[in-house]
Design a protein around this ligand. Structure first.
Ligand SMILES: Cc1cc2nc3c(=O)[nH]c(=O)nc-3n(C[C@H](O)[C@H](O)[C@H](O)COP(=O)(O)OP(=O)(O)OC[C@H]3O[C@@H](n4cnc5c(N)ncnc54)[C@H](O)[C@@H]3O)c2cc1C
Length: 469
């Protein structure tokens, strides 16, 4: 059994198949595992994430994967979310003892950055989502922005609430986002279950989370090969036969899961199947960018572990020094002497892509001065900008139609990747769901069907009844 691609989709497929007793060979092009959710070494030996990654309580399959590979203790959970307005005044969202879907409503009522009118409009739209069990009748076929306008949202509610949550969660602007993806975020993360919104943040660089994958695969006699570039897939009699590697060698296997990005797959597919209906939609999936900015200050400028900014270009600030503190022995965690290390994230960063590195740093530093008074007198010691132009696939209106299933028409050839049909947007959870679904399809085709996918968090309280209706 071969799995191509060592991102979360490939790693989750490979470890699930190894756990089911299969001998798996995992091939990854780069020298390290993790794909887009990884970290790399700086010249001083410390490691930085290509971009901060966070998970939520509703990401049940990712949690299962972390458990499977022994990484769950490296994820810290935060049940209070902080938001700063233009002047740095902070409001937070947290849970009260009230049952779902009302558990965060007390903190929401106290949220300083929204007026009473904004809150009333938001509460009405949230009720429409909850009452329909996450499937409002007026959502199909419209963009998120159109749905919000139809549901009488004020400009401030859109800019300071809906956009803030959704651009970060979906990496796309509201007018380009299919309403069903946006609504799903609120249903799963904020309404259906009290734990859905709880933020999970790694306390170590991302690359350290995958150490257990190699062990899980090798324990079953399998192999993990990095710097292994697949150039072509070969079929025989309509079935998968082998892979042609970069060095010209041929690797045969009884079955194959490819878990590489959607724009890389057509380059290795055989000519005779490239134009089949199941692969034809790949060229129609668009991507959207994320920009990560790493700043090292000579002293502490942020007291909180993270902060979401309203009315700014910068969307999130992560206090990496604090998030890594107490991580235990980790050679790749930057040392405390460096002062404070912050990671800033800007999703759907279309406007930043053409800008120079220095312009982006200047803009971020200016915005930090507005919200963090301590940053004004601190010295910026080092800064890096990472532009991921094709960070995620865009959850555009109708994009679901272009996402193929994990089981293909070729009996022993399967697909994984966050872009395959999972119902989830381009996220780590989506990637793991695709890997688990591909593993289920492999096991079913091998005559040993087994459940790998983990259930969603259950809808609680009155949401349970509304979800059933
Ligand atoms: C900047 C950024 C921030 C993000 N933030 C978050 C976040 O906070 N939360 C969240 O849930 N998600 C986030 N995401 C999305 C998340 O990273 C992805 O959805 C997920 O990692 C995708 O995993 P994947 O395995 O499907 O694809 P990938 O990670 O792209 O893995 C594909 C792998 O295939 C390998 N490969 C490609 N071609 C070949 C070949 N020919 N031969 C061998 N190997 C090959 C690649 O090297 C790569 O390792 C973010 C993404 C980015 C880029």
């Amino acid at each position: 059994m071969i799995v191509v691609g060592g991102g979360l989709a490939g790693l989750s497929a490979a470890t699930a198949l190894a756990d089911a007793g299969l001998r798996v060979r995992l091939l990854e092009k780069r020298p390290y595992l993790g794909g887009r959710a990884t970290s790399y070494a700086l010249p001083d030996g410390s490691h930085v994430d290509n971009c901060q990654h966070v998970t939520l309580g509703c990401c049940t399959n990712l949690a299962d994967f972390y458990h499977r590979v022994g990484a769950e203790s490296k994820i810290r959970h935060y049940s209070r979310l902080y938001f700063a307005d233009r002047n740095g005044s902070v409001s937070s969202i947290y849970s009260s003892p009230l049952p779902a879907p009302f558990h965060t409503s007390f903190s929401f009522l106290r949220f300083g950055a929204l007026s009473f009118g904004d809150k009333r409009a938001i509460a009405r739209a949230m009720f429409a989502i909850a009452r329909s069990g996450g499937r409002p009748a007026d959502a199909p076929g419209v963009s998120m922005l159109d749905w919000l306008r139809r549901n009488s949202q004020t400009d401030a509610a859109i800019a300071r609430f809906w956009r803030v949550v959704l651009v970060s969660a979906l990496d796309e602007e509201l007018d380009r986002t299919d309403a069903h993806y946006g609504i799903d975020v609120f249903w799963k993360a904020f309404l259906a279950n009290r734990k859905g919104y709880v933020l999970g943040i790694p306390s170590v660089p991302l690359g350290e989370l995958y150490a257990g994958c190699r062990e899980a695969i090798e324990r079953r006699g399998g192999e993990v090969k990095t710097r292994a570039v697949v150039r072509a897939i070969r079929l025989s009699d309509g079935k998968f036969q082998s892979l042609i590697m970069d060095d010209g060698s041929e690797l045969r296997a009884d079955a194959c899961v490819t878990a590489i990005p959607h724009d890389a797959l057509p380059q290795i597919l055989p000519e005779e199947i490239k134009n089949r209906a199941e692969f034809a939609g790949l060229s129609r999936l668009r991507t959207s960018p994320i920009t990560g900015v790493h700043l090292w200050y000579d002293r502490d400028v942020l007291e909180k572990p993270f902060l979401t900014l309203l009315d700014h270009t910068v969307q999130w600030i992560f206090n990496k020094s604090m998030l890594y503190r107490g991580a235990g022995k980790s050679a790749s965690v930057p040392s405390r002497e460096l002062g404070q290390y912050l990671q800033l994230v800007i999703s759907a960063s279309y406007d930043l892509i053409p800008r120079s590195r220095q312009e982006i740093i200047d803009l971020c530093v200016k915005e930090l001065h507005e919200v963090l008074p301590a940053a004004r007198s601190a010295q910026l010691q080092k800064a890096t900008v990472v532009k991921e132009v094709n960070a995620t696939f865009s959850p555009e209106l109708g994009s679901d139609a272009f996402r193929p299933a994990q089981k293909t028409q070729i009996a022993n050839f399967f697909l994984a990747g966050d872009w395959t049909r999972t119902g989830w947007p381009s996220t780590m959870e989506g990637a793991v769901r695709s890997g688990y679904s591909a593993a289920e399809a492999v096991l079913a085709a091998s005559g040993v069907p087994r459940k790998v996918l983990v259930a969603d968090l259950p809808a609680e309280g009155i949401c349970r009844w509304w979800a059933k209706e």
